[in-house]
Structures are given as C-alpha cells and as structure tokens.
Design a protein around this ligand. Structure first.
Ligand SMILES: CC(C)(COP(=O)(O)OP(=O)(O)OC[C@H]1O[C@@H](n2cnc3c(N)ncnc32)[C@H](O)[C@@H]1OP(=O)(O)O)[C@@H](O)C(=O)NCCC(=O)NCCS
Length: 321
C-alpha cells in the first residue's frame, strides 16, 4: 500500500532533489522567449545557497511520499508597506508536475495556517507567468495579480518620431530630473494604482546620473520625461535577472500626462536599447505593477512577461475571539 503524502521541515539532504524540481519547472515555463535568461537552467548555486539558508532558518517545508520529494515551499518574512508579510519568490517553491495541484494546495495550507496564527495577513507569491495551472490555484485561493517582471533583448529596428530630442542627462540636469521624479510620485499615489514610492533626494539623482544612465526627452527644449537604466553587477535570485543586464528598475520611466501616448516612451526606450546594444548588454529587465494602466500596456509591447507576483490579503479580524 502507498504511504500517505506528508509535510516535513526541509533538511539539507532534500536540497539536491528540490533544485532538480525547480530547474525542470524553469525549463517548462521559461523556454518560450529568447529574452528570458537561460543561465538559470545551468547556474544552480544561487538557488542552492538560498535553500541552505532557508534550511538553517527552518522556513522551508517539503511534501514527501514514499521517501520521494514532491515539492517544497519556502518564504521570507518582511514588512511590506508597514504590514507583516510573507513572500515566496519563484526560487522558493516548486512541485513535480504530476501532483501539482494537490501538493501546492497542501503546502500552502500548511504554511499559511502558521502565518495567520502569527498575524501575518499579507501573503505574496511569485510564479512563472506561463504557469496557468498554478495561477488558477492561487486565483481560487484569493490571490490577485500585483507585479510583472518582464524581459527584452532589445530591438534594433525601432523607428521613432523625430519631433522629440532625447539626451543623456548630465549633472546640470539634476533639478529637471528631481522635478519630474517628484511629479511621478503623485502619479503612483493616485487611482487605480495607489502606490507609495520613496522620495529621491537630489544626491540620489546625482548618483543615478553619474553611475547609471538617465535619458531626458524634450519637446522644443522643454523637458517632458525621462528613463533610467542601470547595469546589474550580479545575478538576482528574486527577479531572475542576471549579471550584466540592463535594469529599468530604479526611477523607471516617467512622461508628463499631456505628452503620453505620442511615442515619447518609445523614443526613450530606443535610447535604452541602443545603449545596451552598444555596451554588450543583451538582456533588459523591467518590473511594473499590473494596476499601473500606462505601464501595463506600454512595457508589454516590447518586453515578455516572465514572472507574475500575486498577493492575498486575509481578513484582519480572523484571530479575534
Ligand atoms: C509608461 C510611459 C513611460 C509610456 O510612455 P508613452 O510616451 O506614453 O508611450 P508611447 O506613446 O511610446 O506608447 C504608448 C501608446 O501610444 C501609441 N503611440 C505611439 N506613438 C504614437 C503617436 N505618434 N501618436 C499616437 N499614438 C502613439 C503607442 O502605439 C502606444 O499605444 P498602445 O499601447 O495602444 O500600443 C508613460 O505613459 C508614463 O510615463 N506613464 C506614467 C508613469 C509610468 O507608468 N511609468 C512606468 C513605470 S514602470
């Protein structure tokens, strides 16, 4: 007779099997686009060391049957916008395909009871964007989409309207970029996005102009928007970008409301693609909230979504007696 499937705390001896399941999962869901970094199929040191750390924290559970590892779930705990939260990035979970639904459900059931018992009501989980089966499970559990991580290789055939000038910012442009960045915070705060973004100081902006690349778009000499791209120095096990990728992550991109939908974002993006191509950077990463209506439309034209982060908020009175 088959033994029952059981949940245990992960041990060091489970790590090799867990990494194999994760790599198989990455291969299954991330072969569809040339823009997705292939390195993660071969370079498993990052995920293995993440799991070693999680084993020593005791924050990873596994599902096993007849001694075989069927899947695992790990999590990080952190305050998200001031609220106690747990976060399961893509490297923090994987399940064999044949038992996918039931094993994911039992892992979440086991882990989430412990989180809620400790008053952690905000659950965040990142999945591969093409993993429809897991997305359906999470949707039924009450998760909704929050953030997309997307990748592009750059397009060298973009044609842009010559009515705008785009230049790389220098230190004399600090005040212009600061003004636009402050204005962008109001955009992020408003409906339907409601996102609180940190304030950049003039020194932060000076640093970005010097150490990364800020491009400013102008119409008739008037600054109307910017884009910021930096170059990564290491692999990132959370968003799965790799070393020497372009990152449109810091201040991102912002165009004044009256100048949107006129091809200026495209002109700024062309500068990023040109810069990356000229500097031997062939992968570019961006992330954006799905509730950001402009971003959600714009980036999808040029980037392929690889990861989707979902969020579930548990009723706050659940532990009241
Ligand atoms: C996201 C953002 C940077 C995009 O820049 P943009 O200048 O509005 O983008 P573009 O004009 O190049 O492209 C947007 C649309 O305009 C269309 N467009 C492009 N050139 C056009 C032109 N000459 N005339 C009319 N429409 C045009 C594009 O086809 C596109 O439409 P589609 O999405 O239906 O295909 C900008 O809208 C913005 O700053 N939004 C607020 C801040 C923000 O969300 N930043 C991103 C954070 S991650």
């Amino acid at each position: 007779m088959e033994n029952e499937r059981m949940i245990y705390i992960m041990q060091e001896s489970d790590i090799t099997e867990a990494v194999d399941i994760w790599v198989e999962q990455y291969g299954r869901y991330c072969r569809s686009s040339e823009a997705f970094p292939p390195n993660w199929l071969k370079e498993t040191r990052g995920i293995a060391s993440f799991l070693h750390k999680k084993v020593s924290d005791g924050t990873t559970i596994v599902a096993k049957q007849d001694g075989r590892l069927l899947g695992y779930l790990a999590y990080d705990e952190f305050p998200f916008n001031g609220e106690k939260s747990v976060f399961c990035p893509t490297i923090a979970h994987a399940v064999v395909d044949e038992y996918k639904e039931e094993v994911y459900l039992s892992l979440y059931q086991h882990a989430s009871q412990k989180w809620v018992d400790r008053n952690i009501f905000n659950h965040m989980w990142t999945v591969f964007y093409n993993d429809d089966r897991l997305m359906r499970i999470l949707f039924d559990l009450g998760f909704g989409s929050y953030l997309i991580d997307a990748f592009a290789r750059g397009d060298d055939r973009m044609i842009v309207d010559p009515g705008y000038t785009v230049n790389r910012a220098n230190l004399q442009d600090v005040e212009i970029v600061y003004g636009l960045a402050e204005e962008s915070r109001e955009y992020y705060r408003s409906a339907p996005l409601f996102l609180r973004r940190d304030c950049y100081s003039r020194d932060d902006i000076k640093g970005m102009i010097q150490d990364s690349n800020v491009f400013i778009a102008r119409i008739a000499g008037e600054p109307i928007g910017f884009i910021n791209v930096s170059v990564s120095q290491s692999d990132n096990i959370i968003d799965l970008s790799t070393s020497n990728s372009g990152l449109i992550d810091g201040m991102g991109a912002y165009i004044k409301p009256e100048s949107r939908n006129k091809g200026i974002g495209k002109a700024l993006l062309k500068c990023v693609f040109d810069y990356c191509r000229e500097n031997g950077i062939d992968g570019i990463h961006v992330d954006f909230e799905t509730a950001n209506l402009f971003a959600n439309r714009f980036w999808r034209r040029y980037f392929d979504p690889m990861l989707l982060s979902l969020r579930r908020t548990i009723n706050k009175n659940i532990n009241d007696r």
